[in-house]
Design a protein around this ligand. Structure first.
Ligand SMILES: *[C@@H]1O[C@H](CO)[C@@H](O)[C@H](O)[C@H]1NC(C)=O
Length: 245
């Protein structure tokens, strides 16, 4: 430092050397270099802290999973009670033709299906923690054609509990077309049996310490048969669990 200031003194006048001397501290490496080093250190610290927190969160999640051992809730169609099921052919001539067996010429254009049934579902929560279910609409289908829906509102279910949910499906003169109409009229009149399918996916979230897990899907897929003559359920089979993921 001393040698340099000396050299400058030798070369020129005073003012430039003062400027340079004044400027020097601004360009000087020491204060800024120290700042960036501490900044880098701080960065490293934050990174380590974040890594630590992430590992901690992972460990807590692991412990929770091990302690809670979350299991898939069960959601089943328990009972079906039939208030009424009516199959009305569009006109008597088409109906008699269909029933007479001379089907070649007579292709009934439509038949009407009216329905009033009550579905009773059972929700079982086998977990040590609560579950929240989303609202679900179950489809009621005839030959793959949706006739109507059975709505079940969302609800929360406490740990280790069973809950019954009742819902009603009302279908008023659903227009069943073409080949399905023919089958429907024949099934009802001759076999005394109308096959329906009830399907739906229930979305559930497991609640742990105020947090909710990702959605778990429970599939309901049931085949039922109703006797129009007796106005009652004659057959019910749920599962092979459908496509449960
Ligand atoms: C369906 O059946 C229930 C119970 O019998 C009855 O209260 C309700 O009015 C019926 N609904 C219709 C639309 O017929």
């Amino acid at each position: 430092m001393t040698t340099r200031s000396n050299g400058e003194h030798h070369h020129g006048g005073g003012p430039p050397s003062y400027q340079q001397q004044q400027r020097r501290p601004h360009y000087g490496g020491a204060p800024y270099g120290g700042g960036s080093a501490s900044f880098r250190g701080c960065c490293c610290c934050i990174f380590l802290l974040l890594t630590f927190l992430a590992l901690l969160a992972l460990a807590v999640a692991l412990v929770v999973v091990l302690v809670v051992k979350p299991r898939k809730p069960q959601f089943d169609l328990n009972q079906v009670s039939v208030q009424y099921l009516l199959v009305t052919p569009p006109s008597s001539s088409a109906a008699s033709a269909a029933m007479g067996g001379t089907v070649a010429a007579a292709v009934p254009a439509a038949a009407y299906l009216s329905l009033n049934i009550t579905l009773l579902f059972t929700a079982v929560n086998p977990n040590k923690v609560g579950i929240r279910y989303g609202a679900t609409a179950f489809d009621v289908m005839y030959h793959g054609v949706p006739l109507g829906v059975a709505a079940v509102p969302g609800f929360e279910q406490p740990a280790h509990s069973t809950r019954l949910l009742q819902t009603r499906v009302i279908v008023d003169r659903f227009n069943v077309l073409q080949a399905d109409a023919q089958d429907l009229v024949r099934d009802a009149a001759i076999s005394d049996r109308v096959d329906l399918r009830i399907t739906g996916d229930v979305g559930a979230k497991i609640l742990v310490l105020g947090f909710s897990s990702p959605k778990v899907q429970v599939s309901v897929d049931c085949a039922i048969a109703i006797s129009p003559r007796r106005q009652s359920l004659t057959y019910k089979q749920c599962g092979v669990d459908g496509l449960s993921v």
